[in-house]
Write a protein that binds this ligand. Sequence first.
Ligand SMILES: Cc1cc2nc3c(=O)[nH]c(=O)nc-3n(C[C@H](O)[C@H](O)[C@H](O)COP(=O)(O)O)c2cc1C
Length: 731
Amino acid sequence: MIISLWRYSHLVLAVSSFLFLTLAAVTGLILAFEPVVNPTNTYRVNDFSQITLAQTLPVLKTNYPDLIDLTVEPNNVVSINGSDADGKNIHAYVNPLTGKLLGDYREKNAFFQWTTTLHRSLFLHETGRLIMGFTAFILLLITLSGLMLLIQRQRGIKRIFTRIVREDFAQYYHVVLSRWAIIPIIIIAFTGAHLSLNRFGSKEAPKVNLDVNIDDIKTQPAQKLADFTLFKNIKLSAVKSIEFPFSEDVEEYYVIKLKDRELAVNQITGDVLSQVVYPTSQQLADLSLSIHTGNINIVWAIILALASANILFFIYSGFCITWKRRATSIKNKYSAKESNFIILVGSENGSTFRFAQAIYNELDSQGKTVFMGNMNHYALFPKAEQLLVITSTYGLGEAPSNAQKFKSLLEQYPQNQSVQFSVVGFGSHAYPDFCKFAFEVNHWLLHQQWAKPLVDVHTINDKSEQEFSIWAEAWSQQAGIPLSPKMVKVEPASLEAFEVMNTTSEKSVDDTFLIRFEAKRKLRAKSGDLLAIYPANDHRERLYSVGICEKQIQLSVRLHPEGLGSGFLHRLKAGETIQARVIQNKHFHFPKKATSVVMICNGTGIAPFLGMISQNKRKVPCYLYGGFRQQISLEKYAPILESSLENKGLIQFHTAFSRETALNKQYIGELIARDRDFIAQTLASKGVIMLCGSLSMQKGVIEIIDKICQSQLGNDVSFYQSRSQILMDCY
Ligand SMILES: Cc1cc2nc3c(=O)[nH]c(=O)nc-3n(C[C@H](O)[C@H](O)[C@H](O)COP(=O)(O)O)c2cc1C
């Protein structure tokens, strides 16, 4: 909510000032080059900041007895105005140490003059100044709201310079460059607004009156100009201008304008006749002017030029980001009330809509009645059969802005009929709370009486189309609705040959069997990956979780009466070869850093765990909780389980049998509830819990773990899910 408020302010301010801001940035960019390309830069002398008035004035007076005034330009070159010893008028740049003329005085370049007026007042005098001053103020607000967004995005001020995930070009560079440009832009905006405020109503700085009492002017003790103590202490770099005495009459004096004050100085004795210190407001205005115009030094002028160019880039990239967000407007053929398929999308920047739209198009092309909407539009869907929630996670593992009302709407509107659902989370592992909001949504839906999970919550890292296609395939299988692979860009499936090495299909006592394959080429699979098989040699794909045992792929399969995949696998004999492909399922690999791993499975969900424990070379403490129908179901797994227990690949093995005698009947959830302290301690000590098996088992177990988390650890289960401490692969 807060992020939306800042974003909204940032956007509104930027849109409302966009024209004037562009004009100010373009003219500012041009003007930033003025100090850099100023031709008089070549007239600068070395060690200018060390030259005192006691050094320069005697030289100039000797060479040019009738000087009227001297000006120190912002780029530290000195110009004089008056006449030389021959009475010839001069208005020229001079070397303050030697008195040598360097070149004729030049007026400000006409183009820069024109640009300056446009930048300052749009040629509209006071009104223009007001507009540009206001624009500078708006720029300040835009920058500050941008800073707040940056802090929130990076999760704290100290993390501003931590890595930024590359979302897309405009967004990435909008954020990356803002980190560098924010300080100069704040300075530009602040000084610009300050100058306009200060100068509004008066074009020039207020006139200073030096109050000199002519009667008090002394003629003794006379001193040489070079010996004036005052002049020895005033550096030329501190001077803005000097008016020379009109004649040698004692009543004529030097008027010296410094950066912070103005002095009248006796031309015979060097005494200060009068002095006025400028008011602080004027000193600050002068400082603002020097900073804003880049006159402080060339490096700063270049920084200003870059900052102005950045403002233009921010206008462009901000426009692209906004356009992309708005381009996700939804066009539905059917209303929510008449649709069987409801796709609800949670998205902050619009990219998740691209994926949701692909599903929409696919279902629509098959003649289904589909409705797609924002998650905030959740309502009663009287004809809904399938609910697909596709959502990203934002902020600190929070809902994107178009999904923030979802939870309360879900509580408000229980559906009146049973609806199957599936949640797909878009996120990035670059954030600690990976897909947290999707896990929460899945969790809330699991608590609804009317909602039946169709496939397990799937997560998509960094908009991976491949991961999305895995979800699409899983959903398609369960829903019995073919989703064409063209829907998302799946890399063309290049199939490999796998030879059947061993199968227990004939010895099966409980409809489940183990089958092992060896890859004809080098095996590139890990336990937890999926093996995709094509039983009918057509587009129909079936996925099985794999365990790698003795460098072979092992599947644990339950034979379903009409099962296309399980029937095909059941008929295979040792020595036969099939075409299949391995799909990486990184989110369900054995964790690299866990202190311990608790594996929970039921039925054939044991397959990946058999591979993991037999490959547990690092001897990470592993604890397996398995739910099976009968004791006898276990026999086929016994060799691996026993050898793993022996070699410490597995520390403990707990079983629950659901179809034993009434006395011994037990479900896996009961074991987890019994070992609640151990489960809590595992999570608290950075251990990992992995679940594989049926969705109904997952639902029950996750509910129990959630209660354990809340009561013993003070967090929701989604906290651990999003930190990859609870990994699930259920179907
Ligand atoms: C500011 C910001 C915060 C994010 N926070 C998270 C987060 O906490 N967890 C996560 O998994 N992904 C996070 N992401 C990544 C997005 O969820 C991911 O890029 C998603 O694909 C964006 O989808 P959308 O464009 O539809 O909003 C964040 C992205 C951004 C820009």
